[in-house]
Design a protein around this ligand. Structure first.
Ligand SMILES: [Zn+2]
Length: 106
């Protein structure tokens, strides 16, 4: 055994994208919130008015019309797979399994 280490591969859901394989740009979540607030303040506004307000908001964030950033992109952490693999020591893996596994009867 002379210092031999047993290693296993642990595959887990990517913590960065939660398994989706893509990461969403938070900017668009904020834009959606801004839109709702804007609509409340401007009842009966036209679609063109809404779009102009969107453009203005994006411009405030530093993005020119038609130069908006991507809404989502492939996750760097897992290269879009949604899963991540890492090597762990068998000892560590068994320890972790002992903590998290529940008897399922399978
Ligand atoms: Zn990921």
């Amino acid at each position: 055994m002379n210092g031999a280490k047993f290693l296993v591969i642990c595959e887990e859901t990517c913590p960065e994208c939660k398994g989706a394989g893509v990461v969403s740009n938070e900017l668009y979540q904020k834009l959606a919130e801004y839109r709702q607030a804007w609509k409340r303040e401007h009842p009966g506004a036209t679609v063109a008015g809404q779009l102009a307000a969107d453009d203005e908001w994006m411009l405030e964030k530093g993005y020119l019309p038609a130069k908006w950033p991507a809404e989502e992109w492939e996750c760097d952490e897992c290269a879009g797979l949604g899963k991540r693999r890492r090597q762990v020591e068998l000892k560590e893996a068994l320890n972790e399994l002992g903590k998290t596994s529940k008897p399922t009867g399978q």
